[in-house]
Design a protein around this ligand. Structure first.
Ligand code: PAF
Length: 311
């Protein structure tokens, strides 16, 4: 169930020898950033900041940063005097059949982007720092984590996400932590988990950043071929049409059926396109069960896209 700390585990593992505080990566003169790889150094730096009266904002990521991540950094800076980003491709949230090995890893470029956004510190732990030998704990979660959306297709995903986020909240003890609405079910899972386990960190969601044609930014968009990239925005277009129809009085199930048909015709294989209560993620059948959110997951070629929109 748990990852071995093998040298094949990717970038984070290859950095185990570089566990010292205050490594400064000079990606360019303008983009100097402190990168720490171990929890001891991280806690020492954060304690210094707290003693100086600073507040701490955490942006948890798996790297491969794009403009969506930078919008999370901007939001963190609105709420805290110091902003840190964790960059860790978390193996426990990937099924064996998924893209853990292929997931893009680009620490130097990510650190430079974070520095340009005026972030303060990157925490890029080695895998053994997060999952030491003998690690045997995984959170068991319900509520939004078992809503029958992502969890139906990726049953191991949210226990892995909840576990890594709980660890990061413990390691960093941030005042706030920022998550994108792009992974809407994840945002609800993390919010529930933080409340249930009495973390003092305030969880803040940030709207999805999109390309001009509506495609939600995602680190996985790089997997799309040119032809697929041209088709990909039709998923969000179908969701928007669906919202329009529901607000025009079309029965929710009828509007959803039309969206599923459009998306299939565009070449997607759909996992789900559903209307849910925006907080509990419980199924809804009428717009009166407000607030309502549409959530979708569909695969185009080899790339699985997820998206969502408020009704
Ligand atoms: O959304 C992500 O990038 C990841 O699921 C997260 C929250 C960083 C946990 O690994």
């Amino acid at each position: 169930m748990f990852p071995e700390t093998s040298p094949a585990s990717g970038y984070n593992e290859r950095k185990t020898q570089r566990q010292f505080m205050g490594q400064v990566l000079a990606a360019s003169a303008a983009s100097r950033i402190e990168i720490v790889h171990d929890v001891g150094s991280l806690r020492a730096r954060l304690a210094q900041w707290r003693r100086a009266g600073e507040t701490i904002g955490l942006v948890p990521t798996m790297g491969a940063l794009h403009a969506g991540h930078i919008s999370l950094v901007r939001e963190a800076k609105r709420h805290a005097t110091r902003t840190m980003m964790s960059i860790f491709v978390n193996p426990t949230q990937f099924a064996p059949s998924e893209d853990f090995g292929a997931y893009p890893r680009s620490l130097e470029a990510d650190a430079a982007k974070f520095a340009s956004a005026e972030g303060d510190l990157v925490f890029a732990p080695a895998i053994g720092e997060i999952y030491p030998p003998g690690f045997a704990t995984l959170l068991s979660i319900g509520g939004p984590a078992t809503a029958g959306l992502e969890d139906r297709f990726r049953p191991a995903h949210f226990p892995g996400v909840a576990t890594i986020v709980a660890k990061l909240l413990n390691q960093c003890r941030p005042d706030i932590a920022i998550f994108g609405e792009k992974d809407y079910q994840q945002l609800k899972v993390v919010t529930r988990m933080a409340r249930d386990l009495d973390f003092e960190t305030k969880i803040i969601g940030v709207p999805t950043v999109r390309e001009a044609d509506g495609l939600a930014l995602s680190s996985r968009n790089v997997y799309l071929s040119a032809k697929e990239r041209a088709v990909a925005p039709s998923l969000f277009a179908a969701l928007r049409r669906c919202v329009h129809d529901i607000n025009d009085g079309v029965i929710i199930e009828t509007a959803l059926a039309a969206a599923r048909k459009t998306v299939a015709a565009a070449g997607f294989v759909t996992d789900y396109i559903e209307a849910r209560h925006a907080e509990s993620l419980a199924p809804v059948t009428s717009r009166e069960e407000w607030p309502v959110r549409l959530l979708a997951a569909a695969t185009l070629g080899k790339t699985r896209l997820i998206d969502n929109i408020a009704v």
